[in-house]
Design a protein. Structure first.
Lengths: 226, 114
């Protein structure tokens, strides 16, 4: 039988992107600035989130959506212990969060009173880069022990992000991490990317990150009230 | 690892366009995927055979048009392909590079029987 060609030209993850943009609209309408934190396992996502909540306590109401591949609540328990609302998503082994999971999570957390929603993505440098979830800003946390070659190997995760935290800088004296080489790779992928070198342990560099984040939230509120 | 989710999206898009075109059967799927998109062809094909069963796309063949990742060297104006991993300019060794292509990730067309 004769076949016929039908032109499609549709982005493969278009359906996900559409739900992502709905998520962003919901959060914007509620006046909640949101960030998506991506990193490899062990880079310090939860530590950065907890330290950020601690630094902003009394100044901002923060909620957290925690993504994990297994049904554990270790991370969300820590957030709730600090008096902030949190919801845990169990991806059932899936390696990333997607927009539909965030849509569901937003139904289980009272986000309308919040100033800032932090989403902790699944620890992975590959898959989360492909799936938009609808947050206003994308953040990657890299850490010194992971090595300085990560931008050269995991190119996608550094593209399309708004800020980079280089964590565990207190370990720099003990490891052969070439900061110049690392940042050179990032510069190719994302020229001029806002970058903060931090340590959750010593709190070095943390004030600059908190200042940046506070400015983002303030500017966002001005924009949506304008 | 995210090939299942990606393959499900491909099926959704193909089914939607097959329905719009009043197709009895989809015989071929043509994808365009840049070298910087982390997708393993074999895994997509593996999942495709599983999830397309019982749909209008059953037994259809997926074709991958893999586009190379090309970089432009800001230091010497040289354009070159990279293997997916970042490497310095082979002409002058500079890391002052810009990504030109390789991030494509779309379903270009389907071949159907009416």
């Amino acid at each position: 039988m004769a076949t016929e060609k039908v032109q499609v030209v549709e982005k493969i993850l278009d359906a996900n992107d559409q739900v992502a943009s709905q998520n962003q609209t919901l959060l914007s309408q509620a006046g909640v600035f949101s960030i998506n934190i991506m990193a490899s396992p062990g880079a310090g996502k939860t530590s950065v989130i907890l330290k950020t909540i601690e630094k902003l306590s009394g100044k901002m109401r923060i909620g957290v959506i925690e993504g994990d591949t297994a049904p554990v609540t270790i991370d969300s328990d820590k957030v709730m212990a600090m008096g902030m609302p949190a919801v845990q998503i169990n991806t059932g082994g899936q390696c990333h969060l997607d927009a539909v999971m965030i849509d569901r999570a937003l139904k289980h957390i009272n986000y309308k009173d919040l100033d800032l929603m932090i989403v902790e993505n699944v620890g992975n440098l590959i898959c989360p880069a492909a799936f938009k979830i609808g947050t206003h800003a994308n953040v990657v946390i890299s850490s010194i022990p992971e090595g300085d070659d990560k931008p050269y190997k995991y190119t996608n995760i550094y593209r399309g992000i708004d800020v980079l935290l280089i964590n565990k800088i207190d370990l720099l004296p003990y490891l052969d991490f070439r900061m110049d080489y690392f940042q050179q790779g990032v510069e190719i992928l994302n020229p001029g990317l806002t970058t903060f070198k931090v340590s959750c342990k010593t709190e070095e560099g943390f004030d600059q990150w908190i200042l940046w984040l506070t400015q983002q939230v303030d500017e966002f509120k001005k924009r949506i009230h304008a | 690892m995210h090939e299942l989710a990606v393959t499900e999206s491909i099926l959704q898009i193909a089914e939607k366009h097959a329905l719009q075109a009043d197709a009895k059967k989809v015989t071929d799927i043509f994808l365009v995927i840049g070298a910087l998109s982390s997708i393993v062809d074999d895994s997509v094909v593996f999942y495709w055979e599983m999830i397309s069963k019982g749909t209008v796309c059953e037994d259809s063949v997926i074709h991958f048009n893999r586009l190379p990742a090309t970089m432009y060297c800001l230091a010497c104006d040289h354009t070159f392909e990279i293997p997916g991993e970042l490497v310095p300019c082979p002409n002058c060794g500079s890391y002052q590079l810009k990504i030109q292509s390789g991030e494509e990730f779309f379903l270009e067309s389907i071949e159907i029987e009416r």
